[in-house]
Design a protein around this ligand. Structure first.
Ligand code: SAH
Length: 281
């Protein structure tokens, strides 16, 4: 689906344009290459060949779209290749990067036939609204806005007074206080097992752990993790696997229940989760 731009002169022109418009503070941050990652097959909708209704028309609009797409990709790569506390400092230094990231993220999501957050919302609506939820990596806190439940929305930056700004490996939530812990496309940091350990700490016994992740990160045929190994590691942390949903084209959904008693000190071998990068078009 990613279209090659043909002809040498066009490529050179594109590179020249990119140099002109890149923000150096953003550029410095990306540390790994696509060779060590899974690449999302869906292109960014900021492409000049986009069929989206927001197709940029003027030259200036096209340049702006390329600029914001480029920033999104760099911030995205940064978040997938650093730890949670590094990511927290990254946004503390320049909180405007968070808006840039989420503008690109929403563009990307608008291309997905189904958004995982909506499936999780429906899952919650089918259950008691008295369940207390923690949304780890909540983004724009869409989940909290869409359900009646009490939701603790957590992210690196708080754009809304209801969002708790922190690294989700170390939240201010009380131990055994949460019924449902949600990770919707948010297992980004290299220390993602710490996020799941934190969820384990704050969940009540028999509480739910819901994970939605980009499908390509769990496709062993393209360098992704083996989903069974990942599920096994989560189970060793202290959960039982309740169900798995691989039916969606873009993401997988994993549902776990916390065991009434668990042993969080066990050594667990976590599979590596590769970054999910987006190709430039
Ligand atoms: N769950 C939302 C947003 C997903 S984007 C949705 O489905 O729409 C992933 C989010 O995880 C981003 O907002 C990012 O800032 C957040 N995130 C990544 N690492 C984090 C960390 N260590 N602590 C808190 N939030 C984190």
């Amino acid at each position: 689906m990613n279209q090659e731009v043909g002809g040498r002169s066009r490529k050179r022109k594109r590179r020249t344009n990119r140099r002109k418009i890149e923000n150096p503070s953003v550029k410095q941050s990306a540390t790994t290459t696509a060779a060590n990652s899974t690449v999302n097959k869906e292109p960014l909708s900021t492409s000049t060949t986009s069929k989206s209704s927001t197709k940029p028309s003027s030259f200036l609009e096209k340049m702006k779209a390329k600029l914001s797409g480029g920033h999104f990709r760099m911030i995205n790569e940064k978040l997938y290749t650093c730890s949670g506390d590094e990511a927290l400092n990254y946004f503390k230094e320049d909180p405007s990067l968070f808006n840039m990231y989420h503008t690109g993220y929403q563009e990307q999501m608008s291309r997905w036939p189904e958004q995982p957050v909506n499936i999780i919302m429906k899952w919650l609506k089918d259950r008691s609204s008295s369940l207390v939820v923690a949304d780890f990596g909540c983004g724009d806190a869409r989940l909290a806005k869409g359900v009646k439940n009490k939701v603790f929305s957590i992210d690196l930056v708080s754009k809304d007074p209801s969002v708790i700004a922190c690294d989700m490996s170390n939240t201010p939530l009380e131990s055994s206080s949460i019924d449902v812990a949600v990770f919707c496309l948010s297992l980004m940091g290299t220390n993602f097992p710490n996020y799941l350990q934190e969820a384990n700490r704050v969940l009540k016994p028999s509480g739910w752990l819901l994970i939605a992740e980009v499908k390509s990160r769990f496709d062993p045929n393209t360098g992704g993790a083996d989903p069974d190994r990942f599920c096994q590691a989560v189970c060793e942390l202290g959960f039982t696997s309740a169900s798995k949903d691989f039916s969606n084209k873009m993401f997988i959904l994993l549902y776990f229940k916390k065991k009434p008693k668990n042993n969080p000190n066990k050594e667990i071998e976590w599979p590596e989760l590769k970054p999910c990068l987006y190709k430039r078009r």
